[in-house]
Design a protein around this ligand. Structure first.
Ligand code: TXA
Ligand code: MG
Length: 321
């Protein structure tokens, strides 16, 4: 398949996107978090193509992306607490895992047959596209399984060129890490994935504590231990680069070594800037000749939780595939 790339604001783009989705094809779309590999969530064939294009080892459930609250309630049952969360954070980088609505149009392949469904209203061009399409879009991050999530159109093409019909180029994603995933059960909140909305913000908005999922590492079914992996081995919480290591720094401290082998997530120590640059830097170091990468310690607060989760997976022992 030939992958077409269209600028987000080009006059022909919306029509091309809608035609592709209508035909069960796949479109890589910019969201505020990362680029999504989008297909019609109500069309089993389109959903199957998403899994095929990503090369996912299993049929992990996908997020149903919606454009408004009416579409959200056609897909899931929203408790008063869930509604309060949508008021505070939608559109934005928060995904809610909710009981599926009776008669939900989302295809069971997209929910992996679970009785729950993950729902998110993205910010930016993706939302207008969903509104025009009129049905929810299933969209995992637009990368081959296990690889770094894409924050630019070029980055999508790195692993999906020839596997996706259309890429909509909307420039760099401002948040840069995926959405926070919260499971909502009545008045209980459980964090399944740290992401673009911080726990501090959630507590402040709804006055609710958030439990961590699964006891151990944060658990969503598709959150494999080894993920976001560049070709080289990754060493965390490193004070400096050892001989032969490329270094990912954070903050204003001086970094020894060859400047060509060093990238700084945020020289001023700003976690939002670090989140926005994380995948871009991991991708720039994802080259066969880079065998070892060391990463400076990142504070485990606010967006640091999401950054450390992704770095932990990038550093985890590699499984098959
Ligand atoms: O920011 C994002 O969330 C991006 C953009 C494209 O929206 N999407 C994204 O999708 O990161 P994906 O498929 O890479 O991650 C979705 C995660 C998976 O780990 C999956 O297991 C989990 O959501 N998930 C989906 N449905 C679930 C459910 N019913 N219960 C628990 N976890 C679920
Ligand atoms: Mg992903």
């Amino acid at each position: 398949m030939q992958t077409r790339v269209l600028a987000c604001d080009a006059p022909e783009t919306l029509e091309a996107v809608l035609e592709t989705l209508e035909a069960g094809g796949l479109v890589a779309l910019p969201t505020e978090t990362v680029y999504g590999l989008a297909g019609n969530a109500t069309d089993g064939r389109a959903v199957a193509r998403i899994f095929e294009a990503k090369g996912r080892p299993a049929f992990n459930p996908l997020i149903a992306h919606v454009s408004d609250r009416a579409m959200a309630t056609s897909v899931a049952r929203l408790s008063p607490l869930a509604l309060a969360l949508t008021d505070a954070f939608w559109p934005g980088p928060l995904t809610l895992v909710l009981p599926a609505a009776p008669g939900s149009p989302v295809h069971p392949l997209a929910t992996a047959g679970l009785g729950t469904v993950a729902v998110r209203m993205p910010k930016g061009p993706a939302r207008a596209i969903i509104a025009a399409f009129g049905r929810p879009l299933a969209a995992p991050s637009a990368n081959r399984s296990g690889r770094v999530s894409p924050t630019s159109a070029a980055h999508v093409l790195r692993t999906l060129d020839g596997r996706v019909d259309l890429v909509v180029d909307g420039g760099a994603c401002p948040v840069g890490v995926e959405s926070t995933i919260l499971k909502v059960e009545e008045d209980r909140l459980t964090l399944l994935r740290a992401g673009g909305v911080t726990l501090e913000d959630i507590r402040a908005a709804v006055g609710h504590d958030v439990a961590h999922g699964g006891g151990g590492p944060i658990e969503a079914p598709g959150q494999l231990a080894s993920h976001y992996a560049p070709a080289g081995r990754v060493r965390l919480a490193a004070d400096e680069a050892l001989a032969g290591e490329f270094f990912i720094a954070f903050g204003p401290g001086p970094v020894r070594g060859d400047p060509a082998c060093v990238e700084n997530l945020s020289p001023s120590g700003d976690l939002a800037e670090a989140a926005a640059r994380l995948f871009e830097i991991l991708t720039s170091f994802d080259r066969p000749e880079i065998e070892r990468i060391a990463v400076a310690p990142i504070p485990d607060v606010g967006l640091g939780l999401a950054i450390n989760d992704r770095l932990g997976r990038a550093a985890a022992p590699r499984g098959p595939g």
